[in-house]
Design a protein around this ligand. Structure first.
Ligand SMILES: Cc1cc2nc3c(=O)[nH]c(=O)nc-3n(C[C@H](O)[C@H](O)[C@H](O)COP(=O)(O)OP(=O)(O)OC[C@H]3O[C@@H](n4cnc5c(N)ncnc54)[C@H](O)[C@@H]3O)c2cc1C
Length: 464
């Protein structure tokens, strides 16, 4: 097919799910002159949290977080999406509410604007139905059914991907920016200096605790305020190897010291004569080596409490967290293994995935991945190849996390790939030495310049 074809000659892209990602994908595809059929099950059938039949309903907070495109990764993502003609950002800007530096929206006006835009688009046909199995004759499909994908479709996806490749709960351990760890206290070493299949014998960052520090840490964990499960998260998802640390601490004061905080096989590089009573280990989380996760530290502690308590760990006093821990109902794929670079299921490339089900986290990130999935699908229908966004952009960094940036490990619970918000730890570091306070603005400037070059190249390519 070529871009000279009339829309009526082009087979449509079918999108399943009209949430944040599916709505953005539909909009992007139609902007390229490619027809779309958008299948949304609401209001015929709802999820446990949606309340309306509107597209892009915000199920909880009405905040899109910081709008600062000079110093925050999410603000940068907003700016990039605006430049890429995002419907979600257009509607958010049109329905914004006062919220300091954050972009907050009037949720009803926002969803109504998206619904009207999609319903009035001549290239978008809307079908209100639950899809259980995408029919074989649909040549191009985007599955954007989100964290609460209907059970019947989840069964279909699980049959296609394998039992262990679709998770129904996330079990999230905090992730720390490596450059905020104090290496006058912490040191690199693998337990018993084991090299393993891809290691060096010094792969983990170790933070030592004395007995009084350990005791105080356990007390803080036990006293810390926890997040309650939602009513619909009725099956407590604890399974061995993935217990929240506070649940382990409750089972006995020494449990953690014999589990994720065991000190054995490790020698404090700064005080080799002193045996630590307990050790917190952090393991490399992304290929860039900028992010390290706290091994075995999945938790239901409230985010504020986590930051306070984890900063009492020696070496982490000034830690900045790319992600804090959690445990939620969430349907998501083991994407780095299953999806290709353009979000297609390797085993069945006519199916592409978008939104939170791919392993991003949050309204805006889900919409951004919908935007990319839509553009990839439209290019494919038009017989063109769309280059990937540069990894230095927020879009490129986010899709990189989903399709390849994460390092797969086996001892972080059932599966190590877990959902993530966009954050600067996902971006390749700056080549030049830049003063600490100027790094975020420099990353943002680089991202917007590289996005400009990418969109310019895409336009030139389309015109050829
Ligand atoms: C309880 C809860 C609270 C959250 N709070 C926040 C928050 O405060 N801030 C934040 O940024 N993120 C929050 N999130 C995450 C949020 O859901 C996602 O960030 C975002 O909505 C995901 O976008 P999506 O398009 O992937 O999925 P969704 O927006 O959930 O859209 C998926 C759509 O697919 C439809 N669907 C499902 N199965 C089928 C099927 N078989 N056939 C047809 N249609 C189907 C659903 O009805 C839905 O409309 C929360 C998630 C949950 C579960």
């Amino acid at each position: 097919m070529t871009s000279a074809q009339q829309p009526s000659q082009i087979e449509p892209v079918h999108i399943i799910g009209g949430g944040l990602s599916g709505s953005e994908a539909a909009w992007q595809i139609a902007r390229r002159g490619v027809p779309v059929v958008l299948h949304e099950m609401r209001p015929v059938r709802s999820t446990a949290v949606h309340k309306s039949g509107q597209f892009a309903e915000l199920v909880c907070s009405n905040s899109f977080r910081s709008d600062d495109a000079t110093a925050s990764a999410i603000g940068l993502l907003h700016a990039e999406m605006r430049r890429l003609g995002s419907l979600i950002m257009q509607a958010a800007d049109a329905h914004k509410l006062p919220a300091g530096g954050a972009l907050a929206v009037d949720r009803d006006g926002f969803a109504a604007a998206i619904t009207a835009a999609l319903e009035n688009d001549p290239l978008i046909a809307i079908q209100r139905e639950e899809i259980l199995l995408p029919p074989a004759e649909w040549e191009s499909v985007i599955v954007a059914t989100g964290p609460l994908t209907s059970p019947a479709l989840a069964d279909t996806i699980r049959a296609l991907t394998g039992e262990a490749s679709l998770a129904f709960f996330d079990a999230i351990a905090p992730i720390v920016h490596r450059d905020t760890i104090d290496f006058d206290i912490a040191w690199f070493q693998s337990r018993y200096d084991k090299v393993g299949p891809a290691g060096s014998g010094a792969d983990y960052i170790n933070c030592p605790l004395t007995r009084p520090q350990y005791d105080a840490f356990i007390d803080a964990l036990l006293a810390g305020e926890k997040t309650a499960f939602h009513d619909f998260e009725d099956t407590t998802p604890y399974f061995d190897g993935c217990l929240p640390i506070e649940v382990m601490a409750k089972r006995g004061r020494e449990t953690l010291r014999h589990g994720p905080m065991k000190p054995f096989g490790l020698t404090d590089a700064h005080r080799p004569g002193e045996k630590p009573y307990a050790v917190v280990q952090l393991r490399q989380d992304n290929k860039l080596g900028t992010l390290f996760n706290m091994v075995g530290f999945q938790t239901k502690l409230k985010h504020g409490e986590q930051a306070l308590i984890f900063r009492t760990i020696p070496g982490l006093a000034n830690a900045e967290f790319a992600r804090l821990g959690g445990l939620h109902r969430n349907t998501f794929l083991n994407s780095p293994k299953l999806l290709d670079e353009t979000l297609r299921l390797k085993a069945l490339p006519r199916l592409r995935f978008a939104g939170q089900i791919t392993g991003c986290e949050g309204y805006v990130e889900s919409a951004a991945i919908g935007l990319l999935a839509g553009r990839f699908a439209a290019s494919e229908r038009l017989g063109e190849t769309l280059r990937l966004p540069p990894p230095t952009t927020a879009h490129g960094a986010l899709i990189g996390h989903i399709t390849g940036g994460h390092i797969e490990t086996i001892d972080a619970g059932a599966r190590s790939f877990q959902p993530m918000n966009v954050n600067f730890g996902l971006f390749p570091p700056l080549g030049a030495r830049v003063a600490r306070g100027e790094q975020k603005p420099a990353l943002c400037t680089r991202a917007l310049a590289d996005l400009e070059a990418w969109t310019g190249a895409a336009l030139r390519h389309a015109a050829e």
